[in-house]
Design a protein around this ligand. Structure first.
Ligand SMILES: [Zn+2]
Ligand SMILES: [Zn+2]
Length: 452
């Protein structure tokens, strides 16, 4: 196998890998870099010389999906293999991405935006092929064949890892993985037999695992904090990714409310996340890969966020729980806009329930001391931080120790690290060298092929 990481840097960016087996060439994921803009956010597509026989889409987060329309525009014959659930989400998420890029074009004048249009998304939709879990699918060219087999990866609705078999060699790609069960998805169900190559994500490689801290203790602390804020008459802002995390939190709130443990306050939700509830509901009915019912919106009496925002600095007109995207408080998103009404008032709280990159507004807020000044540049407003800010560890990614255990079970000859920042890769490399001394660990240089 020859493998080339097409991401632009050794980080969580535009996830995309080219894997070549004899003459058969597949691309695994085709993402968009979340922190770069314009064409700089794309993978190094120019490194793909010749045709592509298939694309494997592990899941629908934009750092894996966001540039797929351009890849398919360049390789119109290639099929896109994904889980049945994933095939249901692709169009909605890509169309949303077009809307975001169109807005960015107006605001920033980046003339490359949108990078693709609706007809490109239609082409992707037509190229999609749903592959059942644990059922090999053959992809071939000129007598050469590979078999790809999907296994559920936890992480988010529809996410899979992929085994690729070629001439008696076995190569496993984890994609983004979570071994622990969440409410909308079961934990990863990966085979633990030996493989030749393991391509492994390492998002949390630099995150120490604290033994006393678990998903359940963090959920208890989250519920307690929400209730304390409600008791003092404040509002809670829960910034959350629209796809996956928002539905997880809705189910968590419903469970708490059903048990009589959630303060009786109104719950507000924003556009895309509400919309995606319908998609997860559909996936839940059509496949066994997702567990979600949109009934939760009625049970919790979830209200849409008013289209007319309150003047920055003024408190929200109604105290409640505001579950809004984006999870990292990206500028001009509903969560960011409502934060301009939350931060100045000490009775309120911003509770982060997902990963926040330090360079995003959310990351900035997490690092800010009370009394700090938070700038809402395009609103012409500066908030003085008086609200409570907390962060809860409800990650959708595996602990680093779980990944090490998984690698030990697979005992590969080669491990290729992906989807992690430099400190995460460094910890993984060092630890794997100790526990698997016979294994070669690669931290691939972007664009440079590795021959195995
Ligand atoms: Zn992901
Ligand atoms: Zn990812």
């Amino acid at each position: 196998m020859r493998i080339t990481d097409l991401n632009s840097g050794r980080e969580i960016g535009a996830n995309c890998m080219l894997a070549e087996f004899g003459g058969v060439r597949v691309v695994i994921d085709s993402g968009l870099h979340p922190k770069l803009s314009g064409r700089a956010a794309l993978p190094q597509f120019d490194k793909i010389q010749g045709g592509v026989d298939g694309v494997i889409l592990t899941h629908c987060h934009l750092d894996h999906l966001g540039s797929l329309p351009l890849l398919i525009r360049q390789h119109p014959g290639a099929r896109v293999y994904a889980s049945a659930a994933t095939t249901l989400f692709v169009r909605r998420l890509l169309n949303n991405s077009i809307q975001v890029m169109k807005r960015q074009r107006e605001e920033t004048g980046i003339t490359d935006y949108p990078l693709y249009v609706e007809t490109d998304v239609e082409r992707v939709e037509n190229a999609l092929a749903a592959v059942p879990i644990a059922n090999p699918r053959i992809i071939g060219r000129g007598g050469e064949e590979i078999a790809i087999t999907f296994h559920l990866a936890g992480h988010v609705a529809g996410a899979v890892g992929c085994l690729i078999e070629h001439r008696r060699k076995r190569h496993f790609f984890t994609g983004d993985v979570n071994f622990q069960a969440q409410r909308t998805v079961a934990g990863a169900n990966f085979p633990r037999q030996p493989v030749d190559t393991l391509v492994m994500e390492c998002t949390r490689g630099a995150t120490k695992t604290i033994p006393t801290m678990s998903r359940s203790t963090e959920e208890k602390r989250l519920l307690k904090t929400i209730n304390e804020v409600a008791d003092r008459g404040g509002s809670v802002l829960l910034p959350a990714f629209a796809f996956g995390r928002m539905q997880e939190i809705l189910l968590f709130l419903q469970e708490s409310a059903d048990a009589g443990n959630l303060a009786d306050v109104p719950i507000f939700c924003s556009g895309l996340g509400m919309d995606l509830c319908d998609y997860l509901d559909a996936a839940s009915k059509k496949t066994k890969q997702v567990k979600f019912s949109r009934q939760v919106l009625r049970d919790l009496n979830v209200l849409p966020l008013s289209r007319r925002y309150t003047q920055p600095g003024k408190n929200m007109p109604e105290a409640g729980i505001y579950l809004l995207s984006s999870g990292m408080l990206v500028e001009k998103t509903p969560a960011w806009r409502v934060a301009a009404n939350i931060l100045d008032h000490e009775e309120n709280a911003v509770l982060f329930v997902g990963y926040c990159d330090p360079e995003t507004p959310g990351g900035e807020l997490i690092g800010m001391a009370p009394g700090g000044e938070f700038k809402f540049k395009s609103l012409d407003h500066i908030s003085t931080l008086r609200a409570q800010v907390e962060r809860f560890h409800l990650s959708g990614h595996a602990d680093r120790e779980e990944l090490i255990d998984f690698a030990k079970d697979l005992a590969p000859k080669d491990i290729i690290l992906t989807h992690g920042d430099p400190p995460a890769r460094a910890w993984m490399k060092e630890t794997l060298a100790k526990v698997l001394p016979a294994t070669r660990v690669h931290d691939p240089e972007p664009g440079i092929p590795i021959d195995l």
